[in-house]
Design a protein around this ligand. Structure first.
Ligand code: UDP
Ligand code: MG
Length: 332
């Protein structure tokens, strides 16, 4: 199969002034070497530094760099969604701007695509600069996710991957506002494969993922892809009720045989506390799902575009057979 695809690179950027120069110095030669038509869709995710100005300067010499400025910081997942909605290529590759994703892997990904795969994800070979706690956390998360959700997540895989046009279309049409991209990428299916890469250290700045944020992110992902936490309480409730019933019988028999012995205080307190705790947890989890429903029902746009550079409104970047990329997910 010989295809000369058009390639879109999607780069979410948040305060990456120090990295973008280096990033494009490495990216552009790789892309030029592919001998295909390419564009780089850069999404400035409401940066507070000079990222936008730096992008505009780069664009002066390299018009293949297209820029999307979001109205504020929407977070990486939504910035990525914005980029995907504006990418026009037959093949779309999201990549981080901090050089943790080596662009040199792209030719390999493209080769796999030519073999007929629709999704080619990059698999980290080794995790540099990750703490012991982080590794344990990741392990626990993947284990739980696989147990609870209908689709397993490939390990050591981030957002760096190649997506065929048809996969991008499906993702763009997904209306959910909780963009747990890792889960979404896995959920859509299609023929998927991986290529290995060595993850490098972040060039400049620090990752925005702190422990608590990661924990929240993991929980969001679970809630978005599984209703098990919602249902498990029925099971736990029945088990506790079963024990309670058994205990009641024991107490009754004891009372009948030996009469009433005074105390019993501890058992009452322990039971009340335990059940109270279980009820609060249940309420919390219910609340989490309710909040999720509330967010979806509000139907706000996923992201808001403040400015575009390089996207022709009349002949959209998406190509003549595609409607202008929307900011708002399509109505159901
Ligand atoms: N990013 C973004 N919006 C944010 C946070 C991050 O667009 O709110 C971008 C960031 O500029 C980088 C990529 O997402 O290109 C990955 O971010 P980071 O390196 O902080 O995440 P990590 O590599 O730790 O997953
Ligand atoms: Mg990073």
């Amino acid at each position: 199969m010989t295809k000369a695809p058009r390639l879109s690179i999607v780069v979410p950027l948040y305060n990456e002034t120090l990295n973008i120069g280096l990033f494009f110095e490495r990216l552009v030669p790789v892309l030029d070497g592919l001998g295909v038509e390419w564009e780089a869709v850069c999404v400035d995710d409401g940066s507070r530094d000079d990222t936008m100005a730096a992008l505009l300067r780069l664009r002066e010499n390299q018009p293949r760099i297209k820029i999307l400025g979001l109205s504020r910081n929407f977070g990486k997942e939504r910035a990525l969604s914005a980029g995907l909605a504006h990418a026009g290529g037959d093949v779309v590759i999201p990549i981080d701007a901090d050089l943790q994703h080596p662009p040199e892997v792209i030719p390999e990904m493209l080769a796999k695509w030519r073999e007929g795969y629709d999704v080619v994800y990059a698999v980290r070979r080794r995790r540099t600069g990750q703490s012991w706690l982080g590794r344990v956390q990741a392990k626990a998360f993947y284990w739980l996710f696989d147990k609870l959700s209908e689709v397993p997540l490939p390990r050591e895989v981030g957002d760096f991957r190649l997506l065929d046009r048809k996969v991008v279309e499906v993702i763009n049409a997904m209306p959910e506002r909780t963009r747990f991209m890792k889960g979404i990428f896995a959920w859509v299916g299609f023929r998927q494969t991986g290529v290995p890469y060595e993850q490098e250290e972040r060039q400049h700045g620090t990752s925005r993922w702190q422990f608590m944020k990661l924990l929240g992110f993991a929980f969001d992902g679970l809630v978005a892809f599984s209703d098990y936490p919602l249902r498990v309480w029925a099971l736990i409730g029945s088990i506790i009720s079963g024990f309670a019933f058994f205990y009641i019988v024991v107490r009754l028999v004891r009372t009948m045989l030996y009469g009433i012995d005074v105390p019993g205080y501890e058992s009452i307190i322990v039971t009340i506390l335990f059940l109270g705790g279980v009820q609060l947890i249940t309420l919390g989890i219910l609340g989490h799902y309710l909040g999720r429903v509330f967010n979806e029902v509000k139907g706000r746009p996923l992201f808001i575009v403040r400015e575009r550079h390089g996207f022709d409104e009349e002949t959209p970047a998406a190509g003549p057979d595609r409607p202008i990329p929307t900011m708002v997910p399509r109505p159901r």
